[in-house]
Design a protein around this ligand. Sequence first.
Ligand code: UD1
Length: 429
Amino acid sequence: MSEIVLEGGVPLRGSVGVLGAKNAVLQQMISTLICPGWHRLSNVPDIADVRALMEVMEHLGVRCDLADKELAMVVPERMSVEAPLELVRSMRASILLLGPLLTRFGEAKVPLPGGDDLGARPVDMHLNGLRQMGAELELVHGVLVGRAPRGLEGTEVELPFPSVGATQNLMMAAVMARGDSAIINAAREPEIEDLGVQLEKMGARLSGVGSPIIRIVGTRNLRPAAHRVMSDRIAAGTYAMAGAITGGEVTITGCEPAHLRMELTKLEAAGCEVERGEGWLRVAGPHRPEAVDFATLPYPGFHTDLHPQMVAVLSVATGTSVITENLYDGRFRYVGELARMGADIYTEWQHAIVRGVESLSGCPVMATDIRAGAALVIAGLVADGVTSIGGVEHIDRGYADLVHDLSGLGARIRRQDMNNDDRTRLFGW
Ligand code: UD1
């Protein structure tokens, strides 16, 4: 099995570019289903989740071609409405197929995504919203079978929590529904706005996207569109934190600093110098970070997908930080692995107390999800000696080439097939 192997101790310096956001492109691939024809997405990262969704789309009958960051999709007039279990099992975003398929074809069969590496992750808000729009949904042997023989009806849906996915599912469903819809307490993430822009290019009539109340006037007068996917704020934040922990200076291009307002404020509080420009940002790390408290919250709060990376930075801070995780009960799974590297972290319920230590020491660790993997890499950048990170397939879901990008900044990092002899050589085990 391939692992990421790195030797810590090099301050990162230089410039790194980021591409389109995983959490925007997946939804934008799915939204093409509402309208037949030739759609194009640009700035598309070649990550495992995009490839997996391409397979799902192809199974439905969509022709997909990804080359040189351009994804062309030809959506046919007639297509399958059944998503294949083996392809969607590992991808939670597949629940988003329900809205577009139901609104356009009046039927859909999508296996219910189970829990994943971040915990239970229910989909009740997606289902309740679609039911309010007139869909009949039942769970048959693990598959959500949806019917709306007379199409979906525009209505007002109030979300109990501003769920990103439920907001997106209902936006895509409402665009083609009969009459007017409103999503109250909608999520305000930049990825929602970017989906709104793409849908508008397709002829959808939306207002208030990016605010807590989105209004949509249903229309069947839609056309295919070309759209550039917004930049990946989580990748940009990951590289900022990688630069910060090493005390180096990293410039990140192709990003939107305004999308990282809270996270950059916290990096500044930790002693980093941050410069922001149009489409770029520069982070210079301190000799040693200072402790900072933060709580993850929906946008514009601190993003849960940058929580593990920030904790890696704070694990070597000069004091004690208090972290509150408000989104996922499984988010702290990386803590045990950071502890093996010498981090002093105590977790209780949704809180972590991070007592900064002077140094970490490299050892074999295992990534349990995408961002946990990124956090372990960040910790490895300052750890004494060698760190090897297994579970690289998680990291590949969200980062096109983390190893290449970090080695471009000077990190001593490589990808390597590891066996027990290699481990004995590296760690004396
Ligand atoms: C998206 C992102 C994910 C990010 C998250 C929060 C994608 C592909 N994934 O996930 O990386 O961490 O936003 O910014 O874009 N919930 C329910 N019932 C529901 C839906 C959600 O209880 O029907 C809960 C979830 O368990 C979670 C919270 O609401 O605790 C937020 O989830 P949500 O905003 O829906 O996240 P996703 O869209 O799944």
